[in-house]
Design a protein around this ligand. Structure first.
Ligand SMILES: NC(=O)c1ccc[n+]([C@@H]2O[C@H](COP(=O)([O-])OP(=O)(O)OC[C@H]3O[C@@H](n4cnc5c(N)ncnc54)[C@H](O)[C@@H]3O)[C@@H](O)[C@H]2O)c1
Ligand SMILES: [Zn+2]
Length: 356
């Protein structure tokens, strides 16, 4: 294990292999937070963990409801006996990873964290980069991630066997987040992916490497360099929220990328051919949902709710403008403060489900 204090930035170290093999490296007396669904689908998971004599195995139901103060308290309450030198292992998708990251940060003022992503989305994105958060409810609507921390994992275990039980939709959601990084940060890779969509393990390796590259330059998001990772997230989070999280995060980000391309074109930041090429690639590669899905959600939601969600979003600027990541080309971005009249001009097309 690393000599750095628990949670401090370190370049991500990945270990690939079966869970049974990697678990042999888990210190005895650790705490494990496990997605209950994953434990059911992979019956050897809990016995493997139990053989390492953990202090506790805490099962949570994966999904946005895992990112609440109630779930966090459950993890903390079961982890009181963990010494400061102890390790917390998070086995699950992004929601389990996020709440576990917060728990690892506050437990004994910081314990070591090991991330075991079991969804493609967690493998390509959320289990790298040190961020964790829980959600809060504002005016009856869930606002994502306002209470969060930076707490880097010591190591990530990538166990491809877990991905065998993912549905097509879950694979699509993860692929969309991975393509987000490729589209906004790596033009040569984008060209390769367009020619031939990558196999899943390649997608995971590439996305983790791209994300690590960005985080290494700006581990605590102070220089603003990490903002590029929010491409597609401004309206993506709104869509997720107004759907009451029936729309999955990755699908929200997929549609959010289309809306960000529209904003970019409208402001003259994203050239039309770039927007068209990216939109086509997202449809053919990961399979972004159709614009009519975004339209149905936006039509239903009162404008005051949309506004409240956008202002509550931690990416909003000082005067309420939306601090959005826009593409200037494939693999290059610019951060723009977008005013309400600017994005409202696109509303009629967005609520009809057509490209403005
Ligand atoms: N911290 C970050 O940097 C970061 C980045 C991106 C996303 N996120 C967060 O991640 C969350 C989304 O992650 P997610 O999509 O993994 O969500 P999730 O954790 O809710 O998992 C999605 C569903 O898949 C199930 N599941 C998990 N592993 C499975 C497996 N191997 N087989 C079958 N089903 C499985 C879960 O039980 C859940 O129902 C969001 O809350 C998002 O805000 C965080
Ligand atoms: Zn995301």
């Amino acid at each position: 294990m690393s000599p750095l204090p628990p949670g401090a930035y370190r370049p991500s170290t990945d270990r690939w292999g079966t869970f049974a093999r990697l678990a042999k490296g888990l210190p005895e007396g650790s705490i494990a937070v496990v997605d209950r669904t994953v434990a059911k689908l992979h019956p050897t998971l809990l016995p493997t963990l139990a053989s390492r004599n953990p202090r506790a195995i805490i099962q949570l139901t994966g999904g946005e409801s895992a990112k609440t103060f109630t779930a966090l308290e459950k993890v903390l309450a079961s982890s009181l006996a963990l010494p400061r030198s102890g390790t917390l292992l998070a086995v699950g998708g992004g929601t389990i990873g996020d709440v576990s990251t917060v728990a690892a940060h506050v437990l004994k003022r910081g314990v070591r964290l090991v991330q075991v992503p079991t969804t493609l989305l967690a493998a390509v994105d959320s289990s790298v980069g040190g961020k964790g958060a829980v959600d809060m409810t504002v005016r009856g609507r869930v606002v994502k991630n306002p209470a969060g921390v930076f707490h880097y994992a010591d190591v990530g275990w990538v166990c491809p066997e877990f991905f065998d039980t993912l549905s097509d939709a879950q694979r699509r959601e993860g692929a969309l987040e991975a393509w987000k990084m490729v589209v906004s940060l790596d033009a040569p890779l984008f060209r390769r992916y367009v020619r031939k969509p990558p196999a899943m393990e390649k997608l995971v390796k590439d996305a983790r490497a791209i994300k690590e590259r960005v985080c290494a330059e700006d581990p605590y998001e102070q220089a603003g360099l990490r903002r590029v990772l929010n491409f597609g997230h401004t309206f993506g989070h709104v869509l997720e929220s107004v759907s009451h999280f029936k729309l999955a995060h990755g699908d929200g980000v997929g549609l959010g990328m289309l809306l960000a391309l529209d904003v970019g074109r409208h402001l003259g930041v994203t050239p039309e051919p770039v927007a068209a090429e990216v939109e086509a690639a997202l449809a053919q590669g990961p399979g972004v949902l159709g614009r009519e899905r975004a339209a149905a959600l936006l039509r239903r939601a009162p404008m005051k709710d949309i506004r409240a969600l956008l202002t509550a979003d931690k990416k909003a600027g000082a005067k309420g403008e939306l601090r959005m990541v826009l593409l200037t080309g494939i693999g290059t971005t610019e951060v723009r403060d977008v005013t309400e009249p600017e994005w409202r001009a696109l509303w009629p097309a967005w609520t009809k489900g057509v490209r403005p």
